[in-house]
Design a protein around this ligand. Structure first.
Ligand code: ATP
Length: 336
């Protein structure tokens, strides 16, 4: 479905000194600098695979997706999506792919969702019967029916994402590129999106998912590709993330008295570290072994707890572990 070999994108940017003199000098003698956002990526994704494509900010994820959709042309390397070179045949490519950018909507802002979808039906030339079937499917999986008469700008974020998913997948694309499909959603809406994506994968749709949410990766994908500095640093099964990273939580507690003890003896396998003052402590624990309530109760037996926060692992943690070799051998790049 996706085949990239040595895929590279280098941006050329004006290198202007600050101020009026810099601008004038640039007019007379323009200087440029280049930045390689995607640096020789090899990637093969087969039909029906759900791949998490993750990395820290600026790693090159969006640039890769833009290359796959044909918005950008590679500087070097080869790329094919469903046997089509995206930047050469953008319209043919558009028939095979669905794209969702969580931060942006593809719905017409002043139209009812129903009208946006029927415009997309016409654009993609979807037969009426198939269109009705698709709407019924989206209603069952996403509760789309109640959103159809609503004007897009009146939708809540969760509703908007559900409608946008329907818009991206209306023409039954073979491959979907999803960029942060759960960003800003509450737990229920996030779960609905993840369940929906899983159902689409079961139906044979190939998914490339860009996200900063570990839960999305864990629940939707079977494979993890980590990119950093434009290079793939890890490519392997998701199980390792599920086992080693996703279960970890860190509980940050503010106490009403100074902490003076070790929790490790009471709750084996947890790791306590001091915070900014003796009244602040952090406890790392395995979410499959302990509930946060158990830990809070154990601490509260020694010192009253006045505030708490729970951190889930971040993509940066996953990247750090990939570099440390904890997820298996990196596929390329030298650990920093
Ligand atoms: N049109 C452009 N011109 C110049 N540089 C660009 C352009 N687009 C992206 N870049 C640069 O390329 C690098 C990769 O950007 P990209 O948007 O692909 O990262 P990303 O992994 O999607 O990051 P984020 O998670 O923040 O969205 C960044 O350093 C960015 O500044």
């Amino acid at each position: 479905m996706i085949e990239a070999r040595g895929l590279t994108k280098t941006f050329r940017m004006p290198d202007k000194r600050p101020g009026l003199t810099g601008s004038l000098r640039h007019l007379v003698r323009p200087r440029h600098r280049s930045h390689t956002a995607v640096d020789g990526i090899d990637l093969t994704v087969v039909a029906g695979e759900a791949v998490a494509y993750v990395g820290p900010n600026g790693a090159g994820k969006s640039t890769t997706v833009k290359l796959l959709t044909g918005i950008l042309q590679p500087t070097a390397g080869q790329i094919e999506v469903c046997g089509i070179v995206p930047h050469r045949h953008r319209f043919a490519n558009a028939r095979n792919i669905g794209v969702l950018f969580g931060q942006r909507s593809q719905l017409w802002w002043d139209l009812q969702v129903r009208d946006s979808l029927s415009l997309l039906r016409d654009i993609h030339r979807i037969p009426r019967r198939r269109y009705e079937e698709r709407l019924a499917e989206f209603d069952a999986l996403l509760g789309l029916g109640e959103l159809l008469p609503v004007v897009a700008r009146r939708l809540s974020l969760g509703q908007r994402m559900r409608a946008d998913l329907a818009a991206a997948l209306l023409h039954s694309p073979s491959v979907v590129f999803l960029d942060e499909p759960t960003i800003g959603l509450d737990i229920i809406a996030r779960q609905a999106v993840r369940d929906f994506l899983r159902s689409q994968c079961r139906g044979g749709t190939t998914v490339l998912l860009t996200t900063h949410d570990i839960g999305d990766i864990e629940q939707v994908c079977q494979r993890l590709v980590i990119i950093d500095g434009g290079r793939v640093i890890f490519d392997g099964p998701i199980d390792v993330v599920r086992e080693q990273v996703a279960r970890q939580r860190t509980l940050h507690l503010t106490l009403d008295a100074d902490w003076a003890g070790s929790l490790d003896t009471d709750l084996p396998g947890t790791h306590l570290s001091p915070g900014t003052s003796p009244r602040h402590i952090s406890i790392a624990f395995d979410h499959a072994t302990y509930g946060a309530g158990e830990i809070v109760a154990a601490v509260a037996a020694r010192a009253p707890v006045v505030d708490l926060r729970i951190d889930e692992p971040s993509i940066e943690d996953v990247v750090r572990r990939a570099y440390a070799g904890e997820l298996g051998r990196p596929t390329s790049a030298t650990p920093a």
